[in-house]
Every structure is written in C-alpha cells, then in structure tokens.
Design a protein around this ligand. Structure first.
Ligand code: NAP
Length: 490
C-alpha cells in the first residue's frame, strides 16, 4: 500500500508522531493509500519553512513566478486523464465531472499565471503639483490554505495559484478524505520549479493541523473553504491575531421555475443541480421553487428523468451519480430524510441508503409539499436530496429563495425578462444564473456568496488576487518642498 508523507521545506517527510490515517475509495470501500498524520510540531516546521522562503519568493519578479505556473498548467493538462481517474477513485464523483474538476485546475493555473504580468495597482492624479499617486499590490506573507473534499484539485488550485503568483508562501492542509489529489498537485508544482519552502503540505486532522495553522502567529492570512461551522470557528480564532481571513462556506441554493419557463430546460437544470456530484457541491440546487400552475407537470417530468439516473461507481462511463464521500455523510443524509418526513414533507422518490452496493450510495431523493421553514428547506444537507416548494408568483418565489441564512448560488427559469431582472436584483446570493442551473462557475469571474456563505471575499478572476495581496498606497512628491494635502490647495 502506497504511503504518502508531508511536504515540508522541499522534502517529503514522515510525521513526527509516526501516526498514519487511511484514504478510502467511497464507491468500493477499498483502501487506496496511507497518509502521514501531521501534528502541531509538523505544522510549525512547515510555517517556519514558509517564513524563511518568503523573502526570496516575494522578491522574484512576478512574471518569473508565473513561468513556473505556466509549466505546471501544461503538466496538469498532460496528466488530466490520470488525475481524473484518481479523483473518481478517491472522491467518488463520476469521471466526466472529475475531468471537469481537473480542467478547472488547469484553467485557474493558466489564468493565475497570466496575472504574473498584470497584478495591477492604479494610478490617479494628485491634488498637489509635482506629486504622483499610485497603489501597488504586495504579497501578504505566510498564508494558510484549508480545503474541503468535494473539489479535490479545483479548490486547492483556486487558492494555491493566485496566492503563489502574488508572491506568498504557503502552508496547505487538504481535506482528510481527499489528500492524494493534493499531493499530486504539490508534486506537479514542485517539478515545475516552485522553490523549496514556498509550498508546504501538511495532511492530518482539522482539529490539530487546521487549528495550528489558524493559531500560528507567523501565518498572516487564512483562506478556508468548507462548512459554516468550521468557518465561524476559524474567523473567531484567526481574527484575534488580526489575520486576514477569507471564507467560502455552505449554500442552500434555489432554482426558481416560473410558469413561462421552458420546462424541459428547467428539468435538465434541476437534475444537474440537485444530483450532479451527488448533491455535494456548495452550489448544489437543493430547493426548487415552482410556480403553482406548473408544479404537477414539472413533478411528473422530474420523477421520470430521475428514474433514468444510473447510480454506481463513477469509473464506468454510463454512471450519472456516484457515492457520497463517507459514512458520516451517508448517515447525515438519511437523518435529514427522516427529519423531512417527520416535518410533514412528502417523500416522492428515493430516501434510502442503497445497501446492495458496497460503497456509500444514497438514492436520488425528491420531497414535495415542503414549506420554506422546514429544516430540509433551510439547512445544507450536502447530498442528493431536492425539496420542491410551491410559490404563487415571482415575488413569493424570491421571498422563499431569500428565506435561508446562506446566499451562494441561485437560478431562475423564465421566458419573461421582467422576472429575470427581478431575480437578478432581488435574490440574495453571490451568483444568479438565468435559464441555467445553480452550478457551472467559470474561473475568470468572481466566485463566492453573501450572508452566512462567506465574509465578503471572492475567489476566481482578479478578485482572487485581491484575496491574496495587500494594497500599498504610494505618494511620490518630486516638488522638492513640503506640500500639505488638504491644506496647500487653491
Ligand atoms: P469541513 O468539515 O468544514 O472541512 C473543511 C476543511 O476544514 C477540511 O480540510 C477539514 O479537515 C478542515 N477542518 C475541520 N475542522 C477544522 C478546524 N477546527 N480548524 C481548521 N480546519 C478544520 O467541510 P467539508 O465537509 O470538508 O466540506 C463541505 C462544506 O464545504 C460544505 O458546507 C460546502 O458547502 C462547503 N463548500 C463551500 C464552497 C464554497 O466555495 N463556498 C466550495 C466547496 C465546499 P479534515 O478533513 O481533516 O476534517
């Protein structure tokens, strides 16, 4: 069985405790690797290595840093199929989605590399003569990155690539359910030429490894994607040391379907949004808010299409939906189905763990007669469970869409431009799709949410550069005399 070590100061190193943990294929329950379990001491060593390498890396011209990323992007492209298969084995998502995950990593790597020749500040006139004003972007320092398991290479790449091109040095902790993909990513970046100490990887438990990253005084910023619960804790702890914190958290994303919608198009979007990645996306569509006039026909079509989904091991090309990530997630989904039934929602389809299959499989599940205040309509389930909620008109539909604490993604299907613009203006979410599902973010646009989904930062696009840099304002006075702003004018 292959053993995977920590990567500290350019060396693959055993954990100081000597402890290990297992990586399991969620479709077959086979052991696929043994990982070294880091402790606080290992994290301190990783942080120290990152701190030591900061001066040299941040002084390397950004276009040269970017050349390494261009090389890494080409290597990711060459290894796309192999990495995709590994992802399906490690995380369970079906192969065509795994290829999309790797492609996202390739895209963000090229995009961030391109930023090496931009990293723009601004120039603006001064209010005084013979004086020049501008802003420049500076790296933050040692940055801690903590990632979840549902996009095992895309999310690490969304953080690592802009953080590196901006000149930061990194301590990276991947999710314990999907560390091998992260190890492969670090291998590629190292082979592409990232100098020792610049990128350090520590695998192990959130409550030890993650916690030390959050508490270590030398770490100046923490970028976290994961659950609301962990995100709240990280924000509270890290802000005590005035660290910069960016949070990308959960969602309870709605699709609104109006009575003037193209119903078949909407069904395609619901199936993809609710059951793609087995519902384990922060942007998954777990609520479908339907105009009452079309509810019966929508339901009939939805049931028909859901019955056609093939559930199984995602390595087979005919499979539409793979397993969920682990046993505790499987139990959590089953618990929410019970809660839904007890609350009075009607279970129309699915609702069961698929016992004959060896792995962690759950049936695609549909609830109707769901009221907006039920727990299944409010809380993130993170599984293949969708709730249908009735609405009388666009205003009620938008009110229902906004009645949750999250605000990540949202969608409306309607042929009426007024409905579409109302949704754009009034839905409380970081992302709104018109006549498309809640999932499908593109890497060159800002990605993130409002309310409890985050704390205002955005990944993707140039906003990712904002996440991983500090602004410095520069005043250059070449008048040769003391000039006082606000005083020596007019
Ligand atoms: P999670 O349990 O919060 O874990 C996320 C990461 O945090 C893992 O690496 C985990 O380590 C680590 N962690 C756990 N406790 C920690 C602590 N006390 N201190 C520091 N790190 C800690 O979330 P998850 O179950 O992996 O991911 C699913 C969640 O992520 C969902 O809520 C989903 O909506 C959200 N998500 C959001 C986005 C977005 O962009 N908004 C994207 C994808 C996913 P271990 O693995 O070792 O426990």
């Amino acid at each position: 069985m292959q053993e995977y070590k920590l990567f500290i100061n350019g060396e693959w190193t055993g954990s100081s405790s000597g402890e290990m943990f297992d990586d399991i294929n969620p479709a077959t329950l086979e052991l696929i690797g043994k990982l070294h379990k880091a402790n606080e001491e290992d994290v301190k060593n990783a942080v120290d290595a990152a701190e030591k390498s900061f001066h040299a890396w941040s002084s390397t011209p950004a276009p040269q840093r970017a050349r390494i990323l261009f090389r890494a992007a080409r290597m990711l492209e060459e290894r796309k199929e192999e990495l995709s298969r590994l992802m399906t084995v490690e995380m369970g998502k079906v192969l065509k989605e795994a290829r999309g995950d790797v492609q996202e990593a390739i895209d963000i790597t090229y995009y961030a590399a391109g930023e090496g020749r931009r990293l723009k500040g601004e120039t603006t006139p001064s209010e005084l003569p013979d004086k020049f004003c501008m802003t420049i972007r500076r790296p933050i320092g040692v940055v801690g990155l903590i990632t979840p398991w549902n996009f095992p290479i895309a999310i690490p790449a969304w953080k690592i690539m802009p953080a590196l091109v901006a000149g930061n040095t990194l301590v990276f902790k991947p999710a314990s359910d999907t560390p091998i993909l992260s190890i492969e990513l670090v291998n590629i970046l190292t082979e592409a030429g990232i100098p020792k100490g610049v990128l350090n990887l520590v695998t192990g438990e959130g409550k030890t490894v993650g916690s030390e990253i959050v508490h270590n005084r030398k770490v100046r910023a923490v970028s976290f994607t994961g659950s609301l619960e962990t995100g709240k804790w990280i924000l509270g702890e890290a802000s005590r040391d005035m660290k910069k914190v960016s949070l990308e958290l959960g969602g309870k994303n709605p699709i609104i379907v109006m009575d003037d919608a193209d119903l078949n198009l909407a069904i395609d979007g619901i199936i993809w949004g609710a059951f793609g990645t087995t519902g384990q996306r922060c942007t998954a569509a777990s609520r479908v808010i339907v105009h009452e006039k079309i509810l019966p026909s929508l339901l009939e079509k939805l049931i028909g299409r859901t019955k056609e989904l093939n559930v199984g091991n995602g390595l087979h090309e005919n499979i539409d939906m793979g397993p969920v990530i682990n046993e505790s997630q499987l139990r959590k989904i089953a618990k929410y189905v019970d809660i839904g039934k007890k609350e009075g929602a009607k279970l129309i389809m699915g609702g069961n763990i698929m016992k004959p299959l060896p792995g962690y499989f759950f049936e695609p599940t549909i609830f109707t007669d769901v009221s907006p205040d039920m727990r299944i309509a409010q809380e993130e389930i993170f599984g293949p469970v969708v709730s249908l909620i009735r609405a009388r008109d666009i205003d009620e539909a938008i009110n229902i869409a906004n009645s949750v604490e999250y605000g990540l993604s949202s969608s409306i299907y309607s042929g009426n431009i007024r409905n579409a613009f109302k949704a754009i203006e009034k839905i409380e979410a970081g992302i709104t799709y018109i006549n498309a599902s809640t999932i499908g973010a593109e890497i060159h646009l800002p990605f993130g949410g409002i309310k409890s989904t985050g704390n205002g930062t955005r990944e993707g696009g140039t906003t990712a550069i904002e996440e991983f840099t500090e602004l410095k304002t520069v005043y250059f006075d070449y008048s040769g005399k003391l000039q006082k702003a606000q005083i020596d004018i007019g």
